[in-house]
Design a protein around this ligand. Structure first.
Ligand code: QAP
Ligand code: CO
Length: 171
């Protein structure tokens, strides 16, 4: 089942999400719904708050070299924390909650991630490249932050102008 995605400037996107303590069937159904929602919107990452659920859950499905985005590449990440961040890198980011807008954002180049899987088991992951960037983007959602908040003053102004214009044209 797909869920509706909340878009900027909805204030719910600013909420700090809470730790997951119950790894039950309800959580598993929700993770499956998040996956359907992300796939049907052509996303590579989705945080629970983007579908109005303020819990520390995110999913990622980075396409492989052939561009395939199969469920075998799906990462379900719960209660994550970033360790040993290294280096810096620029990437043109987008977000399903800020549709149609893309801008360069600076992130750590590599990191170690501690998290729990859908069964509550502790996991560790070494991430670089697009995976490392996507992890940071999605964890920001759990803390109520959007990538547009990392833009310089001038680029943020450019965003507000372009986004408002696009919203008007949609109506
Ligand atoms: C987060 O973003 C991300 O504007 C995931 O019209 C972004 O899946 C991780 C999307 C950059 C790493 C690098 C955006 C789809 C999808 C749009 C997404 C749109 C349609 C964004
Ligand atoms: Co996003």
């Amino acid at each position: 089942m797909t869920l509706p995605i909340i878009t900027y400037p909805n204030k719910q996107l600013k909420v700090r999400s809470s730790e997951v303590i119950q790894f039950d069937g309800l959580l598993h159904q929700f993770l499956d719904d998040m996956f359907d929602t992300m796939m049907s919107s052509n996303g590579i990452g989705l945080a629970a708050i983007q579908v109005a659920n303020p819990i520390r859950v995110l999913i990622l499905c980075i396409p492989d070299e052939e561009g395939n985005q199969g469920k075998e590449n799906l990462l379900e990440i719960i209660n994550p924390s970033i360790h040993n961040p290294k280096g810096n890198t620029l990437y043109q980011e987008g977000c399903l909650s800020v549709p149609g807008f893309y801008e360069d954002v600076e992130r750590y180049e590599s990191l170690t991630l501690h998290y729990q899987n859908r069964h509550g088991e502790p996991c560790t992951l070494e991430a670089t490249e697009l995976l490392a960037i996507a992890i940071q983007h999605e964890i920001d959602h759990l803390d109520g932050k959007l990538f547009i908040e990392k833009l310089t003053y001038n680029r943020r102004k450019k965003f507000e102008k372009e986004y408002k214009k696009a919203q008007k044209e949609k109506k």
